[in-house]
Design a binder for this molecule. Structure first.
Ligand code: HEC
Length: 195
């Protein structure tokens, strides 16, 4: 007798262990909770989605949503398009303002020490007033030489001392004013003649 009761109690205990007390017209729900790590992961995704929604969609004017990002990029592009053309890569403007600015820089930045006050050249640096160039004929060749220098041959790099715009002004001065100016005491041509 006691054995039967005990058996019954055991069955009831087992029953509680495997079934929840949800009962829909006799259909029972198994008591089978997810492991805690799955639960934590789930709660984590909810937390992340809240953070994401606030930060990237809606929070008023924090500048992180796609419309603000778009407007920012468009503003940058607009600025670049309106920039002084001589600041744009590969574009060289040879007007008087550029040449005057370049003339000043040619003195201020010490180019005259090695290339002469009138660009005539001296014992150190080559003549800038003839059509002969050692390192190439194109304005971009001059830009490369002035920017990176040729330290092995005594030409210093100016990239940390002049902006790209200043370097282009000085090139405008060299090619627009110095070349063909025939100063006295000009140093003999070096390099190849450029047409
Ligand atoms: C310390 C002396 C020195 C100073 C300062 C100097 N240069 Fe030079 N530069 C040289 C020498 C030397 C060369 C020749 C390099 C070579 O043989 O390739 C040269 C070459 C050049 C060339 C290329 C010439 C060619 O025929 O290919 C240009 C352009 C030039 N310099 C511009 C400048 C400008 C602009 C400045 C000032 C911002 C300047 N240099 C300052 C010494 C100098």
């Amino acid at each position: 007798m006691t054995d039967i009761i005990k058996q019954n109690m055991d069955d009831n205990l087992q029953h509680d262990k495997y079934f929840s007390d949800h009962d829909y017209d006799g259909i029972k729900e198994l008591n089978n909770p997810s492991p805690y790590w799955v639960l934590l992961l789930f709660l984590g995704t909810i937390g992340f989605s809240l953070f994401y929604a606030v930060r990237y969609f809606g929070y008023p004017d924090n500048g992180m949503d796609q419309y603000s990002e778009y407007n920012k990029q468009m503003a940058i592009a607009g600025k670049q398009a309106n920039q002084n053309p001589s600041e744009q890569a590969g574009v060289f403007v040879m007007d008087k303002a550029q040449m005057d600015a370049g003339a000043k820089l040619f003195t201020e930045k010490g180019c005259i020490a090695c290339h002469g006050a009138k660009g005539e050249g001296n014992a150190i640096g080559p003549n800038m007033t003839d059509k002969f160039w050692i390192n190439g004929c194109k304005p971009t060749d001059l830009q490369r030489v002035i920017t990176d220098g040729i330290p092995a041959k005594g030409m210093a790099p100016y990239k940390s001392m002049m902006t790209e715009g200043q370097i282009k002004s000085v090139i405008a001065y060299i090619l627009g004013t110095l070349v063909g100016s025939n100063p006295p005491n000009a140093k003999a041509p070096q390099g190849v003649e450029c047409k």
